[in-house]
Ligand binder design. Structure first.
Ligand code: ZN
Length: 305
């Protein structure tokens, strides 16, 4: 499930970062058409593009550049853009239509390699893909891309691999007329890396802060649990040694004990909650000495119980 607000946040940040390089603009428009475009090559030539608000300016600019009419309509709650006119030059420049040696035109599936030779264009392509079909998940655990064609899904997976990011591919059929191909990138650090490549820097920083905050919280929980375990152990030890001292005190063994042991027992009974270190300080001996004496008392108590 998608978190639409956060997806929008990422898209707005990407849109604000878009540059004006001609090479990158072709990568971007190619990504938009390839992921959410339908191409009509019959009499009324057009490209119908489902797009988000964030790319309106960009699409209009490209339409103007290629002398195309550009109309925006709302269809099924989604913004749809129709580019009409001589669409072939744009399709050829963006590598979607390829011309063979015999001048035969054909549609090309997936990403045309020449569009992503330069690093700037690779990034622009990925930005176009996210603007078109990227989603930040509701639980914040993954970022996914939805495609209508398998080839596009595979090609974008390869594009992500260029950045050292391994995304999972899955085909979803249930409840749909046509299958969709989903690419999902898991792991906080991977998501942060992807967002940085997409130029969604602020969102990436927030996520990075969350990662760090979660680590700190987990660490402090572990430390508290450890402290708690030590405290419990200490309480148990105090109780058992006090019990042992009382048992020996009331037994016939007491009279025959040496003075140091008798003193230690008395101190323990008088200070039932003190740690070994605190007892050692009161008695004026080492901690290990107190421990040894208390152990002797516990052993004596055992012979009596
Ligand atoms: Zn470029």
């Amino acid at each position: 499930m998608e978190n639409t607000t956060q997806t929008e946040e990422i898209k707005n940040e990407i849109a604000a970062s878009l540059g004006n390089r001609a090479c990158c603009n072709l990568s971007m428009i190619s990504a938009l058409i390839r992921t959410r475009g339908v191409i009509h090559l019959s009499q009324q030539k057009s490209i119908v593009l489902r797009c988000s608000d964030t790319v309106i300016d960009f699409v209009e600019k490209m339409a103007e550049l290629y002398g195309l009419d550009c109309q925006f309509t709302l269809a099924k709650k989604a913004l749809q853009c129709s580019l009409m006119g001589d669409i072939l030059p744009l399709l050829i420049d963006s590598g979607i239509v390829v011309e063979s040696v015999s001048q035969q035109l054909s549609l090309r599936e997936g990403i045309n390699e020449f569009l992503i030779v330069e690093d700037c264009c690779k990034q622009a392509y990925l930005q176009g893909v996210f603007l078109s079909c990227g989603a930040y998940s509701k639980n914040g655990r993954f970022i996914s891309f939805w495609f209508h064609g398998q080839k596009m899904c595979e090609d974008v997976a390869r594009l992500l691999e260029c950045y050292g990011l391994n995304a999972k591919q899955a085909k979803r059929v249930e409840g749909r007329e046509e299958p969709v191909y989903v690419l999902s990138l898991y792991g906080m650090q991977n998501m942060v890396d992807l967002l940085l490549h997409l130029q969604a820097t602020n969102f990436a920083l927030h996520l990075q802060e969350d990662v760090i905050r979660n680590e700190v919280i987990a660490l402090s929980h572990r430390a508290t649990n450890c402290d708690l375990a030590n405290t419990n152990k200490n309480v148990l030890y105090c109780e058992s040694t006090v019990l042992a001292c009382n048992a020996v005190l009331q037994s016939d063994l007491f009279a025959d004990l040496d003075e140091t042991l008798k003193n230690t027992m008395q101190y323990r009974i008088d200070n039932p909650n003190d740690t070994l270190s605190q007892l050692a300080q009161i008695i004026g001996v080492s901690k290990s000495c107190v421990k040894h004496r208390l152990q002797r008392i516990i052993n004596l108590a055992k012979t009596k119980s």
